[in-house]
Design a protein around this ligand. Structure first.
Ligand code: SF4
Length: 330
């Protein structure tokens, strides 16, 4: 099944059309001979890697019992969070850049993926929370099927940037019980500047509409507030009010941490969200009549910033590690 999807990859809206079964591109990536920020073009020959830079193999970075999600996701036992390595969006402000763009992680087979899911279940997780797997949907679908066959009973959550094609979502449809999509921006200019995807607003809003159709009431739309870009947040709130009321909850995240901006990254302020910005956005909730959802307290330090080089990338209060790419089960 996987081969058919990856031989000419049109899996996500980037529609690169590359053959991800050809591992020569991965050798190039690992030698860093390709452009790691744009469409990956081999130095001397045909394009071997797509924008995400991934082969057909599913790579994972970590699995843990996470207690920092929204209350219905964390539940009483914690969320069994599986971080997938790689990404098809590549946001300049990514907090997980070590695994999304920095290469950390290792390939796992469907059988290993199933073992990891079962280990999370056995340690009390209330769900399997699949983070940023949009570039690996066929492999994850196969892994989930293997996990179900081996005894996985808890619900599966799809936690993504919403940069997904209708075909990929259809593949997930019967396998996913709840969706946690980001709606990062509806501004084509910002989407082009921050993740080289000016078509993101149309693609992401279509994907979220599809998720709400598949699982009405089982969708939490997340939005990360970016300091200095409040108008983008206002448009997202307006979209939510017009399209999602009664079918999804809204979750405002304030944990933007200026990791790249401090290092000279492009045009993002080297600061956290201010109290004034936070209050302004809270006022808009009332204006748009948005009452159902969650709002993270204002974050003003880097306590939420993970470090995936550590076996527990988060604080021990937030997370209990179960599996890590560097050494397997903990
Ligand atoms: S999943 Fe990767 S290779 Fe496939 S279309 Fe998207 S970015 Fe390109």
């Amino acid at each position: 099944m996987i081969g058919a999807w990856y031989a000419h990859c049109l899996l996500c809206p980037r529609r690169c059309g590359v053959n991800r079964l050809d591992d020569r591109g991965i050798e190039d990536r690992d030698k860093k001979t390709v452009n790691l920020t744009g469409n990956r073009v081999n130095d001397s020959g045909p394009r071997l890697l797509g924008f995400c830079g991934e082969s057909a193999g599913l790579r994972l970075a970590s699995a843990s019992i996470h207690r920092g999600e929204e209350p219905p996701v964390t539940g009483s036992g914690g969320s069994g969070t599986i971080f997938v390595s790689g990404c098809n969006l590549g946001c300049v402000f990514c907090q997980n850049y070590q695994i999304s763009q920095g290469g950390a992680g290792r390939p796992v087979s469907s059988a290993e993926f199933a073992e990891i899911c079962l280990a999370l279940q056995n340690r009390g997780a209330g769900n399997i929370n699949l983070v940023t797997g949009s570039h690996a949907v066929p492999a994850i679908a196969e892994g989930l099927d293997a996990a179900r066959a081996a005894g996985l009973r808890i619900p599966a959550l799809w936690n993504s940037s919403s940069y997904e094609s209708a075909e990929a979502l259809e593949l997930l449809r019967d396998r996913i019980d709840m969706y946690l999509p980001d709606l990062k921006t509806l501004d084509r200019d910002l989407a082009g500047r921050f993740f080289r995807a000016p078509g993101y607003p149309e693609a992401a809003s279509a994907a979220i509409l599809k998720m709400m159709e598949y699982r009405p009431g089982q969708v939490i739309i997340r939005h990360l507030l970016l300091p200095g870009f409040l108008e983008s947040t206002r448009e997202v709130l307006r979209w939510f009010a017009e399209n999602s009321r009664g079918r999804a909850l809204f979750s405002l995240m304030t944990q933007y941490t200026p990791v790249r901006a401090l290092n000279g990254g492009p045009e993002l302020p080297a600061r956290f969200v201010s109290g004034e910005e936070y209050e302004t956005v809270i006022g808009w909730f009332e204006e748009f009549g948005i009452e159902d959802g969650f709002c993270q307290e204002l974050v003003t330090d880097s306590a939420w910033l993970p470090d995936f080089s550590r076996v527990n990338p988060f604080s021990s209060e937030l997370s209990t590690p179960v599996w890590h790419w560097s050494g397997g089960f903990v």
